[in-house]
Design a protein around this ligand. Structure first.
Ligand SMILES: [Zn+2]
Length: 159
């Protein structure tokens, strides 16, 4: 989270008010903070190597988009209270993944298949290790290795 914003009002609200909303679908949640202002529809999902965070409130235009509703979801996520889905790989994340970047380099990750993207994010970006990742996802290291090789080839090998 952006360091300079941790003492701002959206973060205060995120940490002190209860969210009485809930998920709408894999990509959106309704956020209803106990301090008022009603409900807001927030896009909140992983895509490529980054996080889609978009809120329909007016405050979302300020603070680089960290309105109280987006801040609340981040606060809930880092505390393990919500699970966030990756739109392409389908993997659910109970906490922010190590590969997450808010300002990702422009890599053509769209060219990767969901399985290639999944392996690339975990093994190459987050450096989780091929064998541990294979074990965790109940596949052979060879399968993961093939996915990584294919991903690297599509990405041009200049990582
Ligand atoms: Zn908002």
């Amino acid at each position: 989270m952006p360091e300079q914003l941790t003492s701002s009002t959206p973060w205060e609200r995120a940490q002190t008010e209860v969210d009485q909303g809930g998920p709408i679908n894999d990509a959106e949640r309704m956020v209803r903070l106990s301090g008022g202002e009603g409900s807001h529809r927030v896009t909140w999902a992983l895509q490529g190597q980054t996080l889609l965070a978009d809120c329909d409130c007016r405050g979302h235009r300020f603070n680089d988009g960290w309105c109280a509703h987006v801040a609340s979801l981040w606060w809930q996520w880092v505390r393990g209270r919500i699970v966030v889905s990756h739109l392409h790989t389908g993997r659910d994340y109970p906490e922010p993944p190590a590969w997450l970047r808010f300002d990702p380099p422009s890599r053509p990750l769209d060219d990767l298949s969901p399985a290639e993207l999944d392996a690339f994010l975990h093994c190459d970006v987050a450096d989780a290790g091929v064998r541990p990742f294979a074990r965790r996802t109940d596949r052979s290291p060879g399968t993961i290795g093939n996915l990584l090789a294919s991903a690297r080839e599509k990405l041009g090998g200049d990582l």
